[in-house]
Every structure is written in C-alpha cells, then in structure tokens.
Design a protein around this ligand. Structure first.
Ligand code: AMP
Length: 112
C-alpha cells in the first residue's frame, strides 16, 4: 500500500510544496516544530536510511545538497537542523525516508 508521502508525491493528498525536482519533493510539515519545518522526501519509496543501499548513494547525496538550498530559499540562511527519525524506536511514523529541515528558532543540544 502506498505511504502517505507517496500519495503526496502523486498529488493524491494536498501539501504545501516548497521544492520539487526529478528526484525529490519538499513540503511543509503539517505539525511544524519550528517556524520553518519542511520534509524533504525522495520520490523513490525507500523505507528509511537502514533500508537504503549503495544504489541510493547519488540520491542520498542529492538530498543533502538540496536541503541547504531549501533552507536558504525559506529564509533561514545557513542556520538549520536536519533530522532523520530512523525506525519506530527513534520516532519514525511515516515509513518513507524523509529529512526534517528545521529552522527559524534556536535549537538545544543534545537533542531531546
Ligand atoms: P516522522 O515522525 O519522522 O516519521 O515524521 C513524519 C512527519 O510527517 C511528522 O512530523 C508529521 O507531522 C508529518 N506529517 C504527517 N502527515 C502529514 C501531512 N499530511 N502533510 C505534511 N506533513 C505530515
């Protein structure tokens, strides 16, 4: 069965899209944890980083290169945090790989 994010990619479910290219889609999180909170999602339905393979190396690199461009586009310059919740035990709730891009407020370290 298609994941929620596959349905967003297919435009079956609406989302506030901020970036799209041939390999990924980025849209605002429906429950934002910061003034800027975007989910960057590969169009290929990889479950999570643990499920990625060598075949995904270029795609994963692409996501890391696109993330700062989206952060800059949304006005947070180079002050942003990238987060991947990998697996249910780490808080993953949608099993289609996604990077959280968070910005626009201070962030504590260590993370909660
Ligand atoms: P995670 O818990 O890391 O799997 O992140 C899933 C994220 O998807 C959460 O931050 C949710 O708020 C977000 N989310 C769930 N449904 C939607 C939706 N329809 N549109 C945008 N974001 C969503």
């Amino acid at each position: 069965m298609a994941t929620l994010f596959e349905k967003i990619i297919a435009r079956e479910i609406p989302a506030d899209i901020v970036h799209e290219d041939e390999r990924c889609l980025a849209f605002r999180d429906i429950n934002p944890q910061a003034p800027v909170h975007v989910l960057l999602v590969p169009k290929k339905p990889i479950v999570n980083l643990s499920d990625a393979s060598q075949d995904d190396r270029d795609l994963l690199g692409h996501l890391l290169l696109v993330a700062p461009r989206i952060a800059a586009q949304l006005g947070v310059g180079d002050a942003f945090r990238l987060n991947v919740n990998n697996g249910a035990g780490a808080g993953q709730s949608v099993f289609h790989l996604h990077l959280h891009i968070l910005g626009g407020r201070p962030f504590a370290w260590p993370p909660g």
